[in-house]
Design a protein around this ligand. Sequence first.
Ligand code: HEC
Ligand SMILES: [Cu+2]
Length: 334
Amino acid sequence: MFQQPLLDANEPASSTLQLPVAMSTGADAIDWLYYFIYWFSVVFTVGITAATLYFVWKYRRRKGVSAAPTQENTALELSWTVPPVLLIVWMFHVSYSAYIRNAVAADNALEIRVRGARWNWSYQYPDGTPESGDALYLPVNKPVKMVMSSSDVLHDYFVPAFRLKKDVVPGMYSQLAFTPNRLGEAQVFCAEYCGAGAGPTAGGHFSMLSKIKIVTEAEYEAHLKKIKDIPAELKDKENGTALWGEQLYKGKGCTTCHSVDGSAATGPTFKGVWGRTETLTTGEQVKVDENYVRESILRPQAKIVKTFENGNMPPFVFTEKQVDAIIAYLKTTK
Ligand code: HEC
Ligand SMILES: [Cu+2]
């Protein structure tokens, strides 16, 4: 294994001029390569430009001097062909081994399901627990394998701190393997332009952000335990379930398509949604009740509300308790 010593977020950051702090084991090899190629390009660009300018000056047109015919020079030609080819073959070899190191997961890797949808990332832990916040928690120094898919269009999972980026493609799985080795937070972006929403509250490609929180094993276990249940601070409150539902509504990206103030967006407003009668694309009428909301969240394409045909709500993964909480919240958004 390519295990590196455990680094702490409080230690001086090892970010360089161009790259953010490296937080995974594969990152060092990538950084080395990046800077090698960078300086390689700098040296040759400067060298070739300087030589060109020098020769332009040296062999400029002068009165009474006529150009001598150029001759073949095998030694010179070999010298600018063979060494660069060898260098490039060697660079390919080094890059390919760094790539393979990041493409093959360890046997005991923690398997995380990642779903991309316009415009949020959602996660599922190995035991099936969906991540309810906007951040994935991972224990430090444990190999991770991400199995990624898209619910709608092409996305791209990009974690600069890990030096990793992989397309997330509808209709197939893609994978990422890494071992986070530094406590702290890694920013996640979508690196594939995946559209823009309509309406004032609508999001877009730019808002498809997420975080990976790298924590100790104990903190990871505690977090998993916590997200399966209603947050402790809401437990004893009278309207705790509805407040939890509100947290989920805000934390899971529902706000990008659903308002609670009646304003138009990609999806129907949640203002007065409970008990409302919706007309579906089939012409059928349905009353918004527990079963309808449940189905709308877990299988959004089953019943489509008329005039919202193009909204394309992605399916969400929630526990039963979380669905109950959202239902409780929607009863309150009058
Ligand atoms: C990408 C935009 C988008 C996101 C994000 C989204 N929805 Fe939707 N939602 C829609 C659209 C469009 C509809 C209407 C079409 C349909 O019924 O599928 C809809 C319909 C619904 C309905 C039925 C509402 C009604 O008036 O009939 C519910 C309930 C719902 N969404 C809940 C949620 C929840 C909860 C979330 C967050 C966990 C969420 N949605 C996130 C676009 C979205
Ligand atoms: Cu995207």
